[in-house]
Ligand binder design. Structure first.
Ligand SMILES: Nc1ncnc2c1ncn2[C@@H]1O[C@H](COP(=O)(O)OP(=O)(O)OP(=O)(O)O)[C@@H](O)[C@H]1O
Ligand SMILES: [Mg+2]
Length: 229
């Protein structure tokens, strides 16, 4: 089976003003149907790793394959297209556009990809929102919604183009336990029932425990799961 995400010896450094190693020699493989948590102390490089997996950043050395496609030599435009087509992001802060309705926010990436007509894009957005329990909220603006509702709109947007990969950076960071549970159950469903790869950076032990496995990071490196103290 082709891994949906595969990295080989990925390293990312910032040089200026002094050298900081964000990610150091990361090798990982994530298969379709897997829900994986990325955990580790603040500043250890979790977000930096996620940006590399999501083609939002490029490694200095090493390679990133997405669904078997080697991304290193791709142009920025090719990487953007691959990202739009195969990767959905959910961040801690929803980054929804406040002046647009939920439905219009979800339709945006569909229209950017340009495969559906405007009305088909709106229909798909509506259907995704309904699946996430937001049928009645499609025409509301995100700033009139609760935090949990907004984060479900953000998930609907991440799913807009039916991506094989979902990446979350602390997606439950601002949610109460009931809303966190809803998001976790959705991530499990997206992986286990729909065969996507879900990679979720989290500080929440409950979220990490609900994942199929955990990638531990320390000082930019992927390290073995710490044993009992
Ligand atoms: N643009 C930048 N300039 C300088 N240092 C940076 C930059 N981005 C990240 N860093 C540093 O790189 C390291 C890794 O950061 P990163 O944001 O990936 O950590 P993290 O594990 O996601 O942390 P957190 O749990 O707090 O979100 C940290 O030491 C951070 O301070
Ligand atoms: Mg982070």
């Amino acid at each position: 089976m082709t891994a949906l995400i595969e990295t080989a010896h990925v390293t990312r450094r910032l040089i200026d003003p002094e050298t900081v190693t964000l990610v150091d020699d990361a090798c990982l493989k994530i298969q379709p149907g897997e829900f994986v948590a990325v955990v580790g102390p603040s500043g250890c490089g979790k977000s930096s790793l996620l940006y590399l997996l999501g083609l939002l950043d490029r490694p200095d050395t090493g390679s990133v394959r997405i669904d078997g496609i080697l991304t290193d030599g791709l142009s920025d435009a090719e990487r953007t297209h691959l990202r739009l087509e195969r990767i959905g992001f959910v961040f801690q802060f929803h980054f929804l556009l406040p002046e647009l309705t939920a439905e219009a926010n979800v339709a945006l990436p569909i229209r950017r990809l340009g495969r559906l007509s405007r009305s088909q894009a709106d229909d798909r957005a509506h259907e995704l929102l309904a699946k996430l329990g937001l049928k009645g909220e499609a025409h509301r603006r995100p700033d009139r919604m609760s935090g949990g509702q907004r984060q479900r709109v953000a998930i609907a947007r991440a799913l807009a183009n039916d991506p094989a990969i979902i990446l979350g950076d602390e997606p439950t960071g601002n949610l109460d336990s009931a809303n966190t549970r809803l998001i976790v159950e959705e991530f499990q469903r997206l992986a286990h029932e729909e065969g996507r790869a879900v990679v979720c950076v989290t500080h929440d032990m409950g979220v990490a425990a609900a994942a199929d496995r955990r990638i531990h990071m320390l000082d930019g490196r992927i390290v073995p799961e710490p044993g009992p103290a």
